[in-house]
Design a protein around this ligand. Sequence first.
Ligand code: ADP
Ligand code: MG
Length: 178
Amino acid sequence: MHNALGKYSVVLQDEMATQILAEKFAVVLMEHIATHGIGLGIQCHLSGDLGAGKTTWVRALLRACGYTGRVKSPTYTLCEPYSLTLKNFRANANEKHAYIDVYHFDLYRLRDAREWEEAGFRDYLSGALCLIEWPERALLPVPDVIITLSEKGSGRDAQIEAYSPVGKILVDHLSYAR
Ligand code: ADP
Ligand code: MG
C-alpha cells in the first residue's frame, strides 16, 4: 500500500472503547455524506486477525447510524446489505436520495479473487458505503480508509489510516473529535 495521507492511532482498552470510537467515526462519516454526498462511493477496509473486533466496529457504526435491526456477521454470506437514512441530509442538486446503500463484507471465506468478480461485488463499490473485513482476500481498489485492529494486552490497538482525500477529511476530523 502507498503511504497514508493521514493517520490516527489509539489504544482501545475494552469493547466499549472500540464501540465509542466506531460511533465517533460514524458521526464524522454521516456528517460528511449528508453534506457532500457519497460521491463515487466510500470504502473502508477493516484489517486484523479473527477476534480483533472488526465486526464489533461495524455493528457499532451501523447502530450509531440509526440502524436498529440485527447486524449479522457476513461470514458465510460474504456480504450483508443495509440502507441507511441520512439524518442531517441537506438536499442539493447533486444528491437525489436521503439514504445510502451500505454493504458489509467479510471476505474471510472467499476462495480466490475470481469469486469476488463472479459474484458481481465490484458493482457494489460504486456509490455506496462499503465496510470490508478481510479485504486482503480480494484484489480491491485502494480504499479511502484502512482501520487496523490488533491485540494489545487485554485490549486492542487501533490504527485508522487515510488513503484518499475523503479518507483524510474523515481521519483528521476523528482525531479532533473528543
Ligand atoms: P472480528 O470481526 O475481528 O473477527 P469480532 O468483532 O467478531 O472480531 O469479535 C471481537 C471480540 O473481541 C468480541 O468478543 C469483543 O467483545 C472483543 N473486543 C472488541 N473490542 C475489544 C477491545 N478493544 N478490547 C478487548 N476486547 C474487545
Ligand atoms: Mg468479523
